[in-house]
Design a protein around this ligand. Structure first.
Ligand SMILES: *Cc1c(COP(=O)(O)O)cnc(C)c1O
Length: 341
């Protein structure tokens, strides 16, 4: 039994999902003739109360497209120093859109309205880049699956409105926040200009993200997606996986959260663990006591076929997901208890 807890992207499509994909009606989606993609886009748009949506091969491409439609070269986007759009998209903000990131020193990947307010450049000052966009991540990835307070997001929205800034949500794991905080997608749809959501993380589809926005924004995004090489032909097979995931795998995220919390509580009690960050969703981040190296922990668990990852700076990460079954959970709990250094 191999237990892979390095990410929630490691899931494989279930037989039921594959059957559903197999039966999809498809067409050429570059010509907007794939009925399954069109239906999927409309379903997700309606769920969030947005006008329109566009299917993407990856979350990175959906985010990068959002950056491009909201900015011109030379502009600046405000985001947390740990945000995926800055750290983990290969420098795409600069390479694809010619923009710079104004990094905010947030808490667990989350920024405040006050910090945003202070980071906006005066558009009258010719020395400074135009601030055009604020990008938020919920849940935060490097922040350990932390969820924003909706009130703070509303305050940031007000600042965006006052300063004529676009407001983007990188919602790769927004599903986890919706379940953990018992929120509704329309609450986010009402706040943000654009939202990217992912179907290949916690929801277990093999591929696929969706970008949501107004008709006009999605029209621009359609062109940018082509420019980025993301126009796919019979993509309905993939959209079908997303549709299946939406129908069957959202409510069950609760189970992933419960198991992550249990692991967090257990780790907290172990003498070789220094500190466990608060577990809000499906990500557990912890540090080991001084003198102990992360790689020793990774190696020791690997010998028991349990795979976890390092985040650098002395941090280790465990991510629970759809393919992490109860029997694996008991096994991991048992072996964490047995480890000695
Ligand atoms: C994984 C992730 C993405 C990008 O998703 P890919 O489909 O892997 O490109 C974007 N944002 C966040 C916060 C993520 O965790």
């Amino acid at each position: 039994m191999e237990i892979n807890l390095i990410s929630d992207t490691v899931t494989r499509p279930s037989n039921e999902m594959l059957q559903y994909m197999f039966h999809a009606k498809v067409g050429d989606d570059v010509f907007k003739q794939d009925p399954t993609v069109l239906e999927f886009e409309q379903t997700v748009a309606q769920l969030f109360g947005k006008e329109d949506a566009l299917f993407f091969p990856s979350g990175t491409m959906a985010n990068q497209t959002a950056l491009k439609i909201h900015t011109n070269p030379g502009d600046e986007v405000i985001c947390d120093k740990w945000s995926h759009i800055y750290l983990y998209e290969g420098g795409g903000a600069a390479a694809n859109s010619g923009i710079s990131c104004k990094l905010i020193d947030g808490t667990r990947g989350m920024i405040t309205a006050q910090q945003v307010s202070q980071a906006i450049n005066d558009p009258e000052n010719i020395h400074l880049a135009y601030t055009k966009l604020v990008s938020i991540e919920n849940t935060t990835n490097k922040g350990g699956g932390a969820c924003y307070n909706l009130l703070e997001l509303q305050k940031i929205k007000e600042i965006c409105t006052q300063n004529n800034l676009a407001y983007h949500l990188d919602g790769a794991r927004l599903w986890n926040a919706l379940i953990a905080k018992k929120q509704h997608p329309t609450q986010f749809g009402a706040l943000f200009d654009t939202i990217s959501v992912c179907f290949s993380k916690g929801l277990g589809a093999p591929v696929g993200s969706v970008l949501l926005g107004s008709k006009e924004q999605i029209k621009k995004a359609y062109r940018v997606r082509k420019l980025f090489g993301g126009g796919m032909r019979q993509a309905g097979y993939l959209a079908a996986a997303g549709m299946y995931a939406l129908q069957h795998n959202v409510a069950r995220l609760e189970e992933d959260h419960k198991r992550a919390k249990e692991l967090g509580n257990q780790l907290q009690q172990l003498e070789w663990v220094h500190k466990v960050e608060e577990v809000e969703t499906n990500i557990v981040i912890f540090t080991v006591r001084t003198g102990l190296e992360e790689k020793w922990v990774i190696e020791k668990l690997k010998q028991k076929n349990i795979h976890i990852s390092s985040m650098g700076e002395g941090k280790l990460r465990i991510v629970t997901h759809l393919d992490y079954k109860p029997v694996m959970h008991s096994y991991v709990q048992e072996h964490l208890q047995k480890i000695k250094f």
